[in-house]
Design a protein. Structure first.
Length: 376
C-alpha cells in the first residue's frame, strides 16, 4: 500500500491527510475486462437500473445506493432500493454495507431511485441529495418522512444524519427532476443541472442559488444525466444527447457554460448519458448505449478538451461478453472506468483503462480528521 501525506486540489493544499492507495490492478489498455457477478452480496442478480455509484477516496471502495434492482435481501420493493453496497475493484469483493431496513432505529433516506449521491472530501461523508425517491410508506418504519430530505452518510460509523436542510424546492425545482449532483470542494457546494439552470447549494449556509444558463441548451437540461467533473480545471462537462446533441462545458467559478461542442455524428439519441472525467489522462469518457433495456455499450466516445476532438473507440472484449451497463463510475486510484447493470438480465461488471498512469493523488483529498456536521 502506498501512502501519500499531501494531496493537491487545484490551488488548495490539504496537509496531514493520509490516504491509503490500493495496489493498481493489471489490465490491458483500451480493452473491456469482464467480471461475473457471482458474490451472494452483489446486487443486480436479475438486472438493475438507476443506481448511483461513487468512489470513496479514503478506502478506495465504490459505494452503491438507490435504483431499481432485486437486491440482496428478498421480500422488499425493488424500486427505490434502500440497502447499500460497496465494491472493491482491487479485490473484486462485494459487501452489503447496510440492510434494506435498518434495525438500529437510526434514520435512512426513503426510496432513493435516481438521486444525487456524492462524496464530500471536506467532511468525509456522502450526501444524499433527493431526486426521484419513491414515496411508499410501507418500505421501512418511519422512512417516508425522509423521502425528500438532504441527508449525510458517514462511511466509518455507517450512520445517516437526518438534517433539516433546504432542498432544491426552495428555488422552484421539483426534487424529482434533480437526479444527479456533483460536489465542489473549493466552494463547498453541490452543483445540480435542471431545466435551463445550474442550481448550486451552499452546504455551510444551507442555501440554494440558481444561475441561468439560458441560450446554451434550447430544450433545457435533464437532471438525470451523469456529468463529468474536472476538479483541477474547475470544469463540469454535460452531454445533451436528446435535444441539442452537444457537449457543454460549465465553468465552476463563473457558473456559466463557456463552450459547446457537437457530439459525434454516430451517437444515437438516448434518454440518459453517462459522462466521466478521467483525471489521469485528462479526457471525458462517454460509454454510449442506445437501448435502455439491454444497455449495450455500442461506442466509447472520448473527448479531448485541449483539441475539442472526439475519439470513437472500438469495443474490444476478449472474453466474448457483450459490454453492457446503465451505471458507471471512474476510480482514479485504479485508473479504471467501471460499468455495470443492464435493466433486464444479470451481466458481468466491466472495467476499462483508457491510458497508462497511476491515480490517487490527482484532484482527490481526504480530510485531516472527520468534520462534525453539527458544528457548522
Amino acid at each position: 500500500m502506498k501512502v501519500f501525506n499531501k494531496l493537491v486540489f487545484g490551488l488548495l493544499i490539504f496537509s496531514a491527510a493520509e490516504v491509503s492507495i490500493a495496489a493498481q490492478i493489471d489490465i490491458p489498455l483500451r480493452t473491456w475486462i469482464s467480471r461475473p457477478l457471482v458474490s451472494p452480496e452483489a446486487p443486480c442478480s436479475s438486472g438493475c437500473k438507476h443506481m448511483r455509484l461513487t468512489h470513496n477516496p479514503v478506502n478506495g471502495l465504490i459505494y452503491i445506493m438507490g435504483g431499481d434492482h432485486s437486491g440482496f435481501t428478498p421480500g422488499f420493493p425493488q424500486s427505490g432500493r434502500m440497502d447499500m453496497f460497496t465494491y472493491s475493484i482491487e479485490n473484486d469483493v462485494w459487501k452489503l454495507e447496510q440492510p434494506y431496513c435498518r434495525t438500529d432505529s437510526s434514520p435512512q433516506p426513503a426510496g432513493p431511485d435516481e438521486v444525487g449521491w456524492i462524496y464530500d472530501s471536506k467532511r468525509n461523508v456522502f450526501w444524499h441529495n433527493p431526486g426521484f425517491n419513491w414515496d411508499s410508506a410501507s418500505r421501512c418504519p418511519d422512512s417516508d418522512v425522509r423521502r425528500t430530505k438532504i441527508m449525510s452518510y458517514d462511511p466509518i460509523t455507517k450512520v445517516w444524519t437526518n438534517e433539516n436542510r433546504a432542498t432544491i424546492k426552495s428555488v422552484g425545482i421539483t426534487t424529482g427532476n434533480a437526479r444527479f449532483a456533483q460536489y465542489d470542494p473549493v466552494e463547498d457546494t453541490f452543483v445540480v443541472f435542471v431545466g435551463s439552470d445550474a442550481n448550486v447549494y451552499d452546504i455551510t449556509n444551507d442555501k440554494w442559488t440558481q444561475y441561468p444558463l439560458t441560450g446554451q441548451s434550447q430544450y433545457g437540461l435533464n437532471g438525470d444525466d451523469y456529468t463529468a467533473i474536472d476538479l483541477v480545471g474547475r470544469k463540469i462537462y454535460y452531454i445533451d444527447n436528446r435535444h441539442s446533441l452537444k457537449l457543454f462545458v460549465y465553468d465552476m467559478d463563473t457558473k456559466v457554460f463557456i463552450d459547446s461542442v457537437p457530439v459525434p455524428s454516430t451517437a444515437v439519441v438516448t434518454k440518459e448519458t453517462q459522462a466521466h472525467w478521467d483525471p489521469i489522462n485528462k479526457v471525458v469518457l462517454w460509454p454510449h448505449w442506445s437501448n435502455g433495456d439491454t444497455a449495450e455499450i455500442t461506442n466509447l466516445y472520448v473527448y479531448h478538451p485541449d483539441s475539442k476532438k472526439w475519439d470513437d473507440l472500438p469495443i474490444a472484449q476478449p472474453s466474448g461478453d457483450t459490454v453492457k451497463g446503465r451505471h458507471s463510475v471512474f476510480d482514479p486510484f485504479q485508473n479504471v472506468l467501471m460499468v455495470m447493470g443492464p435493466k433486464l438480465t444479470n451481466s458481468p461488471v466491466f472495467l476499462y483503462r483508457y491510458g497508462s498512469g497511476s491515480g490517487g493523488v490527482v484532484d482527490l483529498v481526504a480530510p485531516a480528521s472527520p468534520t462534525s456536521l453539527s458544528a457548522e
